[in-house]
Design a protein around this ligand. Structure first.
Ligand SMILES: [Cu+2]
Length: 184
């Protein structure tokens, strides 16, 4: 109880129970372990994306995405008419976030590497690749270039998880990963 003043003004000189000292020592050592694990895992953990970020004018970026989509368009999505672009393996792939979509849809080949460019045309958006653990915050004016090598084929969803307005909850996109030589 700390309602009354301590009997002795020099209360911190009182002996500390051995059990309490042991717990303080354990907590301190554990804190040190957790601290150095952060540094260790930053270097050796595999969760870090190999991303490079540079400045870009949003209008210029949209122009690049449109030129890319025109060049590599292979078809349109059935229900929505959104173009599906299939970039060359080893090449650049572009997607732009804008209220309220990720555009265009990409088709990538499994086992091939791509430089995936991400940026926003208007507001802050999120690039959360489902069902993987990749999550990138995307801002207008900043262009992320992430090197990706899909190791699984299938349909991946892109979910915006930075609140961006009234249509945020329906904002999504799609990336198809196909076996090499398939799709198109
Ligand atoms: Cu959003």
């Amino acid at each position: 109880m700390a309602i009354h003043s301590p009997e002795s003004r020099i209360w911190w000189n009182e002996p500390v129970a051995r059990g309490e000292l042991v717990w303080v020592a354990i907590a301190f050592v554990w804190g040190l372990i957790m601290f150095f694990m952060m540094i260790y895992w930053h270097i050796y953990g595999k969760q870090n994306l190999s991303a490079v970020v540079g400045r870009v004018d949003p209008e210029v970026y949209v122009g690049k995405v449109e030129a890319f989509t025109e060049k590599y368009k292979v078809r349109e999505e059935g229900e929505t008419g959104i173009p599906v672009a299939k970039p060359e393996a080893g090449g650049d792939a572009y997607m732009v976030a804008r209220t309220f979509e990720w555009w265009p849809v990409l088709e990538l080949e499994k086992g091939k590497s791509y430089k995936l460019h991400l940026s926003s045309a208007d507001l802050q958006h999120g690039f959360s690749l489902q069902p993987t653990n990749i999550n990138i915050q995307v801002h207008p004016g900043l262009e992320h270039v992430v090197t990706v090598t899909p190791n699984e084929s299938g349909t991946f969803g892109v979910v915006c998880n930075e609140y961006c307005g009234l249509g945020h909850h329906v904002m999504g996109g799609r990336i198809y990963v196909v076996e090499p030589g398939q799709g198109g």
